[in-house]
Design a protein around this ligand. Structure first.
Ligand code: DC
Length: 228
């Protein structure tokens, strides 16, 4: 890393590409803040579900996103959570991982006002530096000035296998096929949307993690960061 750099690492990629696992490990090693921006969009989707707002009603969802207070804190419990997420003060860290949220979050995160509200908060946190920020548009939109941009990818089959294992460990009921269908649908919405679609920044390093262990991925990113 260049002397005087803020220490901003942007980690983007499709669902279940390893961003969270790698981002957490990397942040721990560097003693940086780990910030998973996906939890914010998930919280908006959960708030909509809880208050009965139709996910196709863009104006109502946008107003909701601008009204709710989302707090993302370091994990408060050693129960495997990656952060503690509060929605208007209530702990929703696990509720945002439910299939009802998976089903609508891509659609909701495509709305302009929803993105504007979330990006403003993310940028404020990211610019403080010493941060590993994880998402879909961190290197392209949220923090284009990042010191290092990495785009993690993996085959759909491998990502489905990883997400399925993760859900099973929490007692999830979905089949592998259902997980794969859901991921493919989210990929399509996340990459096809007009606003900040999922794609690597021009200056991002793309890593295909399909056949790589987390340790190997981490070594590669650490060496890119050191030699940056
Ligand atoms: O990473 P995740 O699966 O928790 O993300 C949930 C959804 O949020 C995903 O479908 C796309 C959206 N998202 C986004 O649009 N921009 C981000 N920076 C992070 C997530």
């Amino acid at each position: 890393m260049k002397p005087g750099a803020a220490g901003i690492i942007a980690l983007d990629g499709p669902a279940a590409s390893g961003k969270t696992t790698i981002g957490r490990m990397l942040a721990a090693r560097l003693a940086y803040l780990f910030f998973d921006t996906g939890v914010m969009y998930r919280t908006v989707a959960l708030a909509a579900y809880q208050s009965g707002v139709d996910p196709t009603d863009e104006a109502a969802i946008s107003a909701l996103a601008e009204k709710i207070v989302i707090d993302v804190l370091p994990p408060a419990d050693g129960d495997g959570r990656t952060s503690t997420v509060l929605l208007d003060g209530e702990d929703v860290s696990w509720a945002i991982r439910e299939p009802v949220v998976d089903a609508t979050v891509s659609q909701i995160s495509a709305y302009r006002r929803v993105r504007a509200a979330m990006v403003a908060q993310q940028r404020k946190i990211g610019l403080r530096g010493k941060v590993v920020m994880v998402g879909r548009d961190i290197g392209t939109v949220v923090l284009p000035e990042a010191d290092l941009k990495v785009y993690l990818d993996a085959s759909l089959a491998e990502r489905s296998r990883r997400r399925f294992a993760e859900l099973q460990s929490r007692g999830g009921k979905q089949t592998l096929q259902e997980v794969q269908t859901g991921l493919a649908r989210r990929d399509e919405v996340d990459s096809g949307r007009d606003l900040s679609p999922l794609h690597p920044a021009e200056d991002a390093v793309i890593i295909d993690t399909t056949a790589m262990t987390p340790e190997k991925i981490l070594k590669k990113i650490e060496s890119l960061f050191e030699n940056n």
